[in-house]
Design a protein around this ligand. Structure first.
Ligand code: ZN
Length: 174
């Protein structure tokens, strides 16, 4: 048996990295068939997410949350600011001005990958935001790989976080 050559090792490494680069198919909430109930499709009987949650940017593929970690909740729509040129869709608020969010509890380690902004004054996050308490600074969430955000929020020193359901992608069975 001869030792593998440098070229063999390089080829093996390349094969490995190209297979790990393959992006699993994902979809946005707006890609669900018309009339399909988003909550029923994306959660189990306990209201937790049944698929992996990925970055909104299709070419990124970063996994933000594993299945079974986020809890579907309703809260005021438009809690997260939308900047000019933001790729995110406007919130599909229901007539009662409610939108859906994934509620993540435990710690920042509950995420597979997530980025946090520096703590900032509350500014545009509504006082009605879940988890809000006076005097807390908000930390916006973004993709840990490509920095796309804000996709949700958390509070300085807090252990909870919220992700907007329409600002992430969902794994689909190939
Ligand atoms: Zn990303």
């Amino acid at each position: 048996m001869s030792q593998p050559s440098q070229a063999d090792i390089f080829a093996a490494l390349q094969a490995q990295s190209s297979s790990s680069r393959k992006r699993p198919p994902t979809q946005l909430i707006s890609d669900l068939p018309e009339g399909e109930d988003a909550k029923a499709s994306l959660t189990n009987g306990q209201g937790t997410n049944v698929t992996k949650i990925h970055c909104f940017r299709q070419g990124c593929g970063c996994v933000i949350l594993a299945p079974g970690v986020g809890q579907w909740i309703s809260a005021d729509s438009n809690l997260i600011p939308s900047e000019d040129g933001s790729p995110f869709p406007g919130s599909n608020a229901s007539p009662d001005n409610q939108s859906a969010y994934w509620h993540i509890t435990g710690s920042p380690m509950s995420f597979d990958n997530i980025g946090f902004s520096k703590p900032s004054e509350l500014k545009s996050l509504s006082l009605n935001a879940p988890g809000n308490a006076s005097g807390k600074k908000v930390k916006w969430l973004s993709c840990a790989d490509c920095d796309l955000g804000p996709v949700g929020w958390s509070f300085e020193g807090g252990t909870e976080a919220w992700l907007a359901v329409e600002r992430v992608r969902y794994g689909v069975k190939p």
